[in-house]
Design a protein around this ligand. Structure first.
Ligand SMILES: Nc1ncnc2c1ncn2[C@@H]1O[C@H](COP(=O)(O)OP(=O)(O)OP(=O)(O)O)[C@@H](O)[C@H]1O
Length: 274
């Protein structure tokens, strides 16, 4: 069992700058402002989830915070450095929404995961021993050792998502940024993912994740931030009625907040599904 979220944060927060600070950020897409003055922070070793109904701006905010799309106003700081000056990309493992390992290129699982080391090797070239051991470690973390030399495109959808997660972990990031990593992932794999997150958080890494359901992650989450029409409608603990109230009436994606289902503990089977 992992330490409680609050204990983890209290001990880790004393060291280093916050992995992510979003300060009054506005983002426009197609001439429409879809993120409207959002502020939030992810502290060291914290697990923060971003919730909200479809179209509330979660992916847009995450992409803007990662520098993928421009910010119209406001500021993002990564590990204390303004986004435009941030160069330590290896400190962040970003796994975008619906990312699959099948990009039409016949790369093996190991090659896809190795591409996650590029931020540590700006001049490319041959991989180092450290690169290779980090890649092996990341593949082991998602339990895909048996598939390392197989073409990634031949794996199931769930396995490909794990390949992309391993790619995000390959640089041994201090902040993991994940856009719906559990979409379409079966309950057993979610439990395994929660166990993996518990280990990463225990090592002092922070996680910022877009989710539609909290499932087995709930006990380890420090804070939930809810977006509604591009604005923060809630920022606080992910238990209790306040979160459910903030999500109303757009809580169709958070059925557990309305009607708790059977609880899946993080000490479950720990095995990944297919
Ligand atoms: N390229 C684009 N051009 C114009 N509008 C866009 C574009 N991409 C997204 N939008 C709009 O921006 C709004 C926010 O979309 P976004 O994908 O950030 O929401 P979301 O909360 O992540 O939704 P979901 O839960 O469905 O992933 C939506 O109204 C969407 O239609």
């Amino acid at each position: 069992m992992t330490r409680s979220a609050s204990t983890r944060s209290a001990s880790a927060r004393s060291t280093g700058a916050d992995p992510l600070v979003v300060d009054d950020v506005h983002v426009a897409l197609g001439g429409r402002e879809v993120v409207r003055g959002v502020s939030l922070a992810v502290h060291p070793s914290e697990f923060v989830v971003l919730l909200g109904s479809n179209g509330s701006g979660k992916t847009t905010l995450m992409r803007a915070a990662m520098g993928v799309i421009p910010i119209a106003a406001g500021q993002v700081r990564l590990f204390g450095t303004p986004l435009r000056r941030f160069r330590d990309r290896q400190r962040i493992g970003y796994v975008p929404q619906r990312s699959t390992a099948a990009a039409g290129v016949p790369s093996t699982v190991r090659e896809v995961v190795m591409s996650g080391r590029l931020s540590r090797r700006p001049h490319a070239g041959r991989s180092s021993r450290d690169d290779r051991s980090a890649v092996a470690e990341a593949i082991a973390l998602v339990d895909l050792e048996d598939y390392a030399t197989q073409p990634a495109a031949e794996l199931s959808g769930g396995q490909q998502q794990r390949v992309m997660l391993a790619r995000g972990l390959a640089s041994r990031p201090d902040l993991l940024v994940l856009d719906e990593p559990t979409a379409g992932v079966d309950a057993r794999s979610q439990v395994a993912l929660a166990e993996l997150f518990g280990r990463l958080l225990g090592e002092g890494r922070a996680i910022f994740m877009v989710a539609h359901e909290l499932g087995p992650f709930e006990p380890m989450i420090d804070r939930a931030v809810v977006l509604r029409s591009g604005k923060v409608s809630y920022d606080g603990p992910c238990t209790g009625g306040d979160l459910a109230a903030a999500s109303e009436p757009h809580n169709q994606h958070h059925p557990h907040l309305v009607e708790p289902g059977p609880h899946v503990g993080i000490d479950g089977t720990g095995a990944w599904g297919a």
